[in-house]
Ligand binder design. Structure first.
Ligand code: GLY
Length: 260
């Protein structure tokens, strides 16, 4: 029996656009190197494909600097997909660009119509529930509208809180398997993972928390040796991908794909 929260047959990615140098960021840590970002993105897609999954690679969108971060555009569940309503005004137009691809894959497609906002980076789907962190990009009305949609398909949504000054809920956590979560200590301290097994990122390696479990691999950003070693010691097959350029615009491993 498959576990739809980490066993996937498909992923959607979008090539980075040259305009990515204008991507949103909380602080300026330098201009992303586009050539390096293209190499990293190609490695990421190749790693997804290595698991046997089909990867639908969409073309770059120069009008939308952050559009490489497709995860924020939709929530893809087993039997229903929901197009999001980004809290970042510059990202709102990404949804129309993603819509036809999602509709080609799913029979049941809904759209968060507002007035609330919600981005996929704030949503962690586990085997038992859909956790949604309110953040600067996801508000209570957006969460309520998503709840109304997915409840009809039998899902349970639990509203939680993204830590202050953290972009998205999944900036600080990832699913490792049906019952295990990788999280920063600061997020775990909120109590939102009660009942799960939680593994912590190493001190000083909080940025390693944004990983993905994709079939047999845990795919994480390179440069976090203590956390990578801890995951290997727990039996996970870890693949590390350079993320220095995406990190400059607050992006990580989960942001770069939709998985279903
Ligand atoms: N740069 C990623 C985001 O802010 O949406």
């Amino acid at each position: 029996m498959t576990n739809p929260s980490f066993e996937f047959a498909h992923a959607i990615t979008r090539k980075p656009s040259k305009s990515i140098i204008a991507g949103l960021r909380a602080e300026n840590t330098g201009t992303p190197d586009f050539a390096q970002m293209e190499i990293d993105h190609a490695n990421y897609v190749a790693t997804l494909r290595e698991t046997g999954a089909e990867v639908i690679e969409l073309p770059a969108l120069e009008a939308f600097p952050d559009s490489v971060f497709v995860e924020d555009d939709a929530l893809c569940l087993k039997d229903v997909a929901i197009l999001m309503r980004p809290g970042a005004p510059s990202r709102m137009g990404e949804i129309a660009q993603m819509s036809s691809t999602i509709r080609a894959q799913y029979e049941n497609v809904f759209e968060v119509k507002g007035p609330g906002f919600i981005e996929g980076g704030d949503i962690l789907t586990t085997a038992r529930e859909v956790l949604v962190g309110k953040s600067a990009r996801t508000d209570a009305a957006g969460v309520a509208e998503l709840r109304e949609i997915i409840t009809r398909f039998g899902y349970t949504l639990r509203e939680v809180q993204t830590p202050p000054d953290v972009l998205h809920f999944k900036t600080d956590c990832s699913l490792l398997d049906g019952e295990t979560i990788l999280a920063t200590k600061r997020l775990d301290a909120s109590g939102c993972f009660e009942g799960y097994k939680v593994l912590h990122t190493a001190d000083g390696e909080e940025a390693a928390a944004n990983a993905i479990r994709f079939n047999q691999f845990v795919i994480m950003a390179a440069g976090f040796p203590k956390t990578a070693g801890m995951l290997r010691a727990h039996g996970y097959t870890v693949r590390e991908i350079n993320n220095t350029e995406c990190a400059k615009i607050d992006g990580g491993m989960s942001c770069l794909s939709l998985r279903f």
